[in-house]
Design a protein around this ligand. Structure first.
Ligand code: X2X
Length: 336
């Protein structure tokens, strides 16, 4: 038989039917946990999470079974945050900026133009700054795994105009995720930011409730935002990552030996996801151009200037406090 992509896929789905995910092991799992997230199934987060769940099932001999609910299937980020707090879901990945509605310190990694590159990001988040934030998260009844997953450096898209300097953002109706830091930053640019959960972003752009939004290229591609946006300005205005969170009681219910296995695979999947996202963000521009997006590379001086003059850095330094700010600046250099 000649093996084509078609027969391969047919074979794969037949196997999937015979052995539904998670039912490969004869006995019922001792720990059946749910992991919810807001990203499309084709995003590296979900691809690596599936491998991770398979590896956990295999190494625990079926005792731990993690079912993945991608793409806001269980609700918006705001809904899923309540669910992981109550134990309705056991695991959830959330941007540190959105988590700041519960744990104020966790948005510090999203300060505008703080990180020049990925090396600086991982040095800080795998180092003292990350440890500090995880310590704060622990006080809230959630547990954060050691390795933060990548979302990426964020870029601004719009259906109306390219953003070349900060002036172009003036009055722009732009969607930002629900987080005080995001709103504050786009107010500093004189834009008109509206907080909208990611679950509503595509339709908000399609119906022109807002003109623009900002996200890393990997999301603009996998969530098909290029269908409803024309311009993409490579502002790299902030870095964003997802803390892999566990409900504390559910986490502690796992015996120590299982906890070690589960954490090992979650953190390993996170490192792979980081590499995938960086690769996607570096290569997907061509695909998006072919789909009709128009890119430009703005100079970022006017944006930084606006934030400095408007008191953005001073205001957030005061909110986070000297200890946290010093940890941030240890990696990034002086910001204020
Ligand atoms: O809501 C967004 O824009 C997203 C998908 O980037 C986050 O989860 C912060």
């Amino acid at each position: 038989m000649q093996i084509t992509r078609r027969t391969l896929l047919a074979g794969a789905s037949a196997t999937a039917l015979a052995l539904p995910m998670g039912r490969v092991f004869a006995q019922k799992a001792e720990f059946s946990y749910k992991y919810a997230n807001n990203l499309p199934v084709m995003h590296p987060m979900n691809i690596r999470a599936k491998e991770m769940a398979d590896a956990i099932r295999a190494e625990t001999k079926g005792r731990v079974d993690i079912q993945i609910f991608p793409n806001n299937q269980l609700g918006s980020d705001t809904d899923m945050l309540s669910q992981v707090r109550s134990g309705g879901v056991e695991f959830f990945t959330l941007s540190g900026l959105i988590l700041s509605t519960l744990v104020p310190a966790s948005s510090i990694s999203g300060i505008g133009f703080a990180f020049p590159d990925y090396d600086t990001v991982w040095k800080a988040l795998d180092g003292d700054l990350g440890a500090y934030v995880r310590g704060q998260i622990a006080k809230s009844g959630l547990v954060a795994m050691d390795k933060i997953w990548d979302n990426g450096f964020r870029q601004i898209t719009s259906s109306t105009r390219p953003i070349v300097t900060a002036d172009d953002l003036k009055g722009m109706k732009i969607r930002v995720p629900p987080s005080p830091l995001w709103t504050s930053m786009f107010k500093a640019f004189d834009a008109a930011p509206t907080s909208i959960n990611f679950s509503e972003v595509y339709s908000a752009l399609q119906t022109k409730v807002v003109e623009g939004q900002e996200n890393p290229l990997a999301i603009i591609s996998t969530a098909k935002l290029y269908e409803v946006q024309k311009y993409c300005s490579l502002t790299n205005h902030m870095w964003d990552g997802f803390w892999f969170l566990a409900n504390k009681k559910a986490w502690e219910r796992l015996p120590e030996d299982l906890r070690v296995i589960v954490a090992k695979h979650i953190n390993a999947a996170g490192l792979k996801e980081r590499a995938d996202v960086a690769a996607l963000n570096a290569t997907v521009q061509k695909e998006l151009t072919d789909k009709g997006m128009i890119f430009n590379q703005p100079k970022t001086d006017s944006f930084r200037e606006r934030m400095r003059k408007g008191g953005f850095y001073a205001e957030w330094k005061a909110k986070f406090g000297d200890e946290a700010w010093a940890l941030l600046e240890r990696s990034t250099g002086k910001l204020v």
